[in-house]
Design a protein around this ligand. Structure first.
Ligand code: MRU
Length: 365
């Protein structure tokens, strides 16, 4: 399996064939299959069905999807191009509601079209390609930087617990929460990772275990209800998770079940670190109550992994895909621009100030 996978990028643009190339994550760990997608319905379905998933990877896939949509708009008229591109963006935005990276990436693509209304449509298409490529390249750089900052916090740690998959399969490369584990390995650290299986879609059991194992990192899968025992046993000294959206007050929305882990970590006095690219921090959402939580089909709970239905058909099922961990449970939020601690409203704003300064310097003043 290891050599079949050999860790290619999770999301890529194939310029020659004009397609979005993704690893089909619904087939992992059993089969490593790549999909080449061009049609908007297929890209929408791939995001909706979690063939590509994880907030940063969804953002990159959507940006490439938007560029491919532009290629298929056959007009030289700016007004018509703009209107058709706007509906393509709206369609892609309807694929999933929670991860802010999706809207952030589509917004960046939309801005390219609006800002360049004086240019020929063909030139705008090539600018859209450049923007999608920048979003992809930035993701790689950002994850690497998060990994470096996070490694600084866990240097003396041996056991790490993680939830869901915030690894390379959730980004283009490296991951967010797993980036320090990979970078640590490059630098000679050896962490022991406990991966909660993450009901109902098993991103921890299937994906985190797959990619860490593939990279030769010590990984132990535990059912979600075993996390407390692992913590009580003293086997982990840090929890590292990713996120789908961070509100301005530091409330963190991540895969359903994360908030339970945060409560347990708080109880046992174990640091709970959230790795978040600034593209995942949504300063326009004041707190976690404003985040739309995706609800998914009941069949994911009742049928998906079983030979026959596992709950009586008369019983109702509640299947929210995300939950919110309150800011006071979070030890630190690790971004590409450094580590923010409470009070988050103030300190996340400082992270954005740093980002603004660095971006202005890059533009030469
Ligand atoms: O439903 P998913 O698999 O897309 O949920 C993914 C998560 O919750 C991840 O932890 C989050 O997107 C961060 S990925 C770096």
């Amino acid at each position: 399996m290891a050599h079949e996978y050999a860790a290619p990028d999770t999301v890529a643009l194939d310029d020659e064939n004009g397609t979005l190339v993704i690893i089909d994550q619904t087939k992992l760990p059993g089969r490593v299959e790549f999909l080449s997608l061009r049609k908007q319905e297929d890209i929408h379905r791939a995001i909706r069905s979690l063939q590509v998933r994880g907030a940063p990877a969804i953002g990159v896939a959507a940006a490439i999807g938007a560029y491919l949509a532009a290629l298929d708009i056959d007009t030289a008229d700016y007004g018509e191009f703009h209107a058709r591109f706007a509906s393509a963006l709206e369609y892609l935005a309807s694929s999933r509601p929670t991860a802010v990276n999706l809207f952030w990436a589509l917004d960046r693509m939309g801005r390219i079209v609006r800002r360049n209304d004086n240019l020929p449509v063909e030139t705008i298409k090539s600018l859209l390609r450049d923007e999608a490529a920048s979003i992809r390249d930035e993701d790689i750089r950002v994850c690497r930087a998060i990994g470096e900052h996070a490694l600084g916090l866990i240097k003396n740690v041996r056991g790490v617990l993680t939830y869901c998959n915030a690894g390379r399969l959730a980004t283009v490369r490296y991951g967010t929460a797993l980036a320090p584990i990979y970078i640590g390995k490059e630098k000679g650290y050896s962490f022991k990772v406990y991966s909660c299986e993450t009901r109902p879609l098993l991103q921890g059991a299937r994906l985190t275990a797959f990619e860490l194992n593939d990279a030769g990192i010590d990984v132990t899968v535990v059912c979600d209800n075993m996390a407390s025992r692992v913590m009580k046993n003293g086997w982990v000294q840090a929890v590292l998770v990713g996120c789908d959206r961070v509100a301005a007050n530091g409330d963190v929305c991540n895969k359903i079940g994360t908030s339970g882990v945060a409560v347990m970590a708080h109880h046992y006095g174990i640091p709970f670190y959230v790795c978040a690219p600034t593209s995942t921090i949504d300063m326009r959402t004041p707190d976690g109550s404003g985040i739309i939580i995706e609800e998914r089909p009941a069949s994911e709970v009742t049928d998906m992994w079983y030979r026959e239905r596992m709950t009586p058909s008369g019983a109702s099922v509640y299947n929210p895909a995300f939950d919110v961990s309150d800011a006071e449970l979070i030890t630190a939020i690790i971004t590409e621009y450094g580590v923010a601690r409470a009070p988050y409203r103030e300190n996340l704003a400082k992270i954005f100030e740093t980002r603004g300064r660095i971006e202005t310097d890059k533009m030469g003043g």
